[in-house]
Ligand binder design. Structure first.
Ligand code: NAG
Ligand code: NAG
Length: 447
């Protein structure tokens, strides 16, 4: 992480021979060298005399490549103007690291008018801010939403092809809260991968959703039969989630990637043949809810092994929803479906193996024959059957074991090549803001 964002902005400016006005982001985040940022601790913290601490705020720093390291870091409830306003401060004595505070984010209400519907453009801060410095504040940042990051940075990124973008995604995006029978703690531990609604995920800046769709014939109404699952467990009905995506697309100029990646129940007969009418039912639902925004693959796809259309092409046509479908047999019969989007999935419960696998797989993706211009690095470990049986750990703890490394990998080894990076409990990493910065960096080398 030798190069700071600040240095990058200066480099870009010099290379262009012109000055770029600071974007709104730079006012919410700034640094002379290095970076600080806020994440949210995904596991609950057990306490002896108090209730469990949920959503603890973490303060993160990375001053690699800087000539000096600031002496302290602190949490603030407003823009950090002076240390007198800090809620808590901690001494800094390493180049990079993090502190898990004992302060909870609380509700995490979406700011900028985005709570339940469209709000004001641009990034907005939730309440926590972080700053590092000596007597002076040298680096600061806040926990943000990025509801319109593609539009905000359009002049810098619109020439990029979709396969050249860095995109924050969520693994099992629908598995965020049960809408069925009362859930149990042990089941939650291995089923829920997210804790923010689809709407909140979009508003935070997630643009790729990995959906696992199941079909339950016993519901009378056709609409009620399609659910988002985690494997065999029904988590939420699909249609309301599609409506949240629709509201978002109707009110922004953002591009969203939807991926029906697994059909755990009801889509195949026992011989493995697709049940046509179930697939068609799903496709009709998606068309009904999102149709006006859908970019038909037949109109926009590029050759195998290529990186797909540019953002500009999609925006000019005002087609901003790309629907990928895991089964290429069905894709061939439907002009608007995008082909199977490869998942780089390590299928391991060991973080070291996960990163070894992804480091390698990302550099060789996309494959020269890949039909999809996109691919998704699945940046989470997978519990084994035994882990689940013996309740060893939880998806929250697993996410915590890898999320900080996902952020640092994206800044270093994956910096040039990463496309979609899908994670669990995405507030535990900084993939959204880092991806936005990488897109600006990639876009500026394209001018
Ligand atoms: C949080 O509280 C625990 C228990 O009271 C304490 O051991 C720990 O040092 C505290 N953490 C911070 C960052 O202050
Ligand atoms: C994650 O990052 C930390 C700090 O840089 C490092 O010590 C650890 O080995 C990394 N873990 C993996 C699995 O790469």
């Amino acid at each position: 992480m030798a190069v700071s964002w600040y240095a990058l902005a200066v480099l870009a400016t010099t290379a262009l021979g012109a000055s770029i006005a600071p974007t709104k982001d730079q006012f919410l985040e700034g640094s002379m060298c290095g970076r600080v940022w806020i994440t949210i601790h995904s596991p609950a913290i057990q306490r002896t005399l108090a209730p469990n601490l949920l959503d603890a705020i973490e303060l993160n720093w990375d001053f690699n490549g800087c000539s000096t390291i600031p002496k302290q870091i602190g949490l603030f409830s407003n823009r950090p103007l002076s240390w007198n306003n800090a809620l808590e401060t901690y001494p800094l004595n390493s180049v990079e690291g993090y502190i898990i505070t004992n302060t909870s984010l609380g509700e995490g209400a979406l700011p900028g008018g985005w709570l339940t519907g469209p709000g004001r453009k641009g990034p907005h801060c939730l309440w926590p801010w972080v700053a590092a410095g000596d007597l002076q504040i040298l680096a600061y940042n806040c926990l943000k939403i990025q509801p319109t990051w593609m539009e905000d940075n359009g002049d810098k990124i619109n020439r990029l092809r979709i396969g050249e973008l860095a995109i924050a995604g969520t693994h099992n995006a629908g598995a965020w809260k049960f809408n069925t029978e009362v859930s149990t703690a042990s089941r939650d531990s291995f089923v829920l991968c997210q804790d923010r609604s689809i709407w909140a995920q979009l508003v935070h800046g997630i643009r790729y959703f990995d959906f696992r769709v199941a079909y339950y014939e016993f519901y009378q109404n056709e609409d009620d039969r399609y659910w988002l699952n985690h494997n065999l467990i029904r988590v939420r009905p699909l249609v309301p989630l599609l409506k949240e995506i629709r509201t978002f697309l109707d009110n922004t100029r953002e591009v969203v990637f939807l991926d029906a990646h697994h059909f755990p129940i009801g889509f195949y007969d026992t011989d493995g043949r697709p049940i046509r009418q179930v697939h068609e039912g799903l496709i009709e639902l998606v068309q009904r809810e999102l149709g006006p925004h859908m970019a038909n693959a037949v109109n926009f796809a590029t050759e195998p092994g290529s990186r797909g259309p540019t953002l500009k092409t999609l925006l000019d046509a005002d087609k901003r929803l790309l629907f990928s479908y895991v089964d290429n047999t069905i894709v061939r019969e439907n002009n608007f479906l995008w082909p199977n989007l490869p998942h780089l999935w390590a299928n391991t419960n060991c973080p070291t193996e996960l990163f070894q696998y992804l480091d390698q797989a990302i550099t060789v993706s996309p494959q020269p024959t890949a039909l999809s211009p996109l691919y998704s690095a699945m940046a989470q470990t997978t519990p084994t059957v035994l882990d689940i049986l013996f309740l060893r750990g939880s998806l929250r703890a697993n996410a915590d074991d890898v999320n900080r490394n996902v952020t640092s990998r994206l800044v270093t080894r994956w910096r040039q090549y990463a496309n979609i990076v899908s994670s669990d409990f995405f507030l535990g990493n900084d993939v959204i803001d880092v991806s936005i910065a990488l897109n600006i960096e990639r876009g500026s080398s394209r001018l």
